[in-house]
Design a protein around this ligand. Structure first.
Ligand code: TYM
Length: 328
């Protein structure tokens, strides 16, 4: 059984991009592997968060994990800040990382571009992410394409630690979907679909109502042609919609192309909206049930307790190897 870890930030509405790029794989992997899925609140505060919104979003993301099909009897679901060892190991890794390698992170470059003042937390963000992963000695990390570089850094830090302090950490591999690793914005297929985009029409939120979803898809940008063909280089908008279709209808790209041959974009978009709704509507029903029942708090408590046993042990081992004086 492999160990699997991943996390999602509670920093706004979760999108269909998060679902297709990451959560669908969380659900899949829980059946065969030992899984840890986190709400990464400590990462969310690397950009300013309003306290009440952070609290609400953290609970919402946890409930969405369960609503999407994660079974708390199979996978450990918890909030990052509930397992204190993450923050402490994150600090230890910050001391192993170099400024240069952190400066090269494209997510840091994107998030800090044009800003007069950039938070130090944003800069050391990847060292905490490395701690999240390595603290469970994870083998696999299901993520979207945008996290690949952070995973590379995690692997480098694990190597570095192993070289300096003796072989200890497993070198984790990314687990990235072949199609859907980068779901793009509905209004601009050169940008990834993102919950932090101020234009709500650019993303489908997992909690958008069916009518809003239909409207957003009908307004999604397309080229001026009419051929439903998967060709990311020349038809990026339609290719993005085909990728979403493929995930939501569980159909291959070739089958989708064949179904809409000669029909233009209208019928394709209409059906796409219904497929997206058919995935999101049951998820929302389950989400509302979970929120109303309040059961999420017990799930998170149990998840954190189980995770902390492993995380505390790793932290103790790491501190011993690094030469910290143990308390007596
Ligand atoms: P976050 O919260 O930005 O995104 C959560 C997951 O969703 C994926 N994702 C996408 N996939 C496809 N298309 C998109 N448009 C799209 N948008 C987001 C992301 O790749 C990610 O897998 N640093 C992480 C959170 C994190 C983490 C970790 C992940 C913290 N610690 C440890 C894995 C392991 C992040 O910001 O994800």
């Amino acid at each position: 059984m492999k160990k699997v870890l991943s996390g999602i930030q509670p920093s706004g509405q979760l999108t269909l991009g998060n679902y297709i790029g990451a959560m669908q794989n969380f659900v899949k992997l829980q059946h065969s592997e030992e899984c840890f899925f986190m709400v990464v609140d400590l990462h969310a505060i690397t950009v300013p968060q309003e306290p009440a919104a952070l609290r609400e979003q953290s609970e919402a993301v946890a409930a969405l994990f369960i609503a999407a099909g994660i079974d708390p009897a199979k996978a450990n679901v918890f909030v990052q800040s509930h397992v204190r060892a993450h923050a402490e190991l994150g600090w230890l890794f910050t001391t192993l990382a170099n400024m240069g390698e952190l400066e090269r992170m494209t997510q840091f470059k994107d998030k800090s571009a044009g800003k007069e003042s950039v938070g130090a937390g944003l800069f050391v963000y990847p060292t905490l992410m490395a701690a999240d992963i390595l603290i469970y000695n994870a083998d696999l990390v299901p993520v979207g394409d945008d996290q690949k570089q952070h995973l590379e850094l995690t692997r480098d830090l694990a190597h570095r630690f192993n070289t300096r302090f003796g072989n200890y950490f497993t070198i984790p591999d990314p687990y990235i979907p072949k199609v859907g690793a980068r779901v793009m914005s509905l209004d601009d297929a050169s940008k990834k679909m993102s919950k932090s985009n101020p234009n709500a029409g650019s993303f489908i939120a997992l909690l958008d109502t069916p009518d809003v979803i239909r409207k957003k898809i009908s307004r999604a940008t397309t080229d001026s042609g009419r051929e439903v063909k998967y060709d990311p280089a020349n038809k990026p908008e339609i290719s993005n919609l085909i990728c979403i279709y493929s995930h939501c209808a569980n159909m291959t790209i070739a089958d989708i192309e064949a179904r809409y041959e000669g029909q233009g974009y209208g019928p394709f978009k209409k059906d796409l909206a219904e497929h997206v709704v058919s995935v999101i509507e049951p998820l929302q029903t389950k989400y509302n049930d979970i929120r109303n029942s309040g059961e999420i708090h017990q799930i998170l408590k149990q998840g954190a307790e189980r995770a902390a046993v492993i995380a505390d042990r790793t932290l103790a081992d790491v501190k011993e190897r690094m030469g910290f004086l143990p308390p007596r």
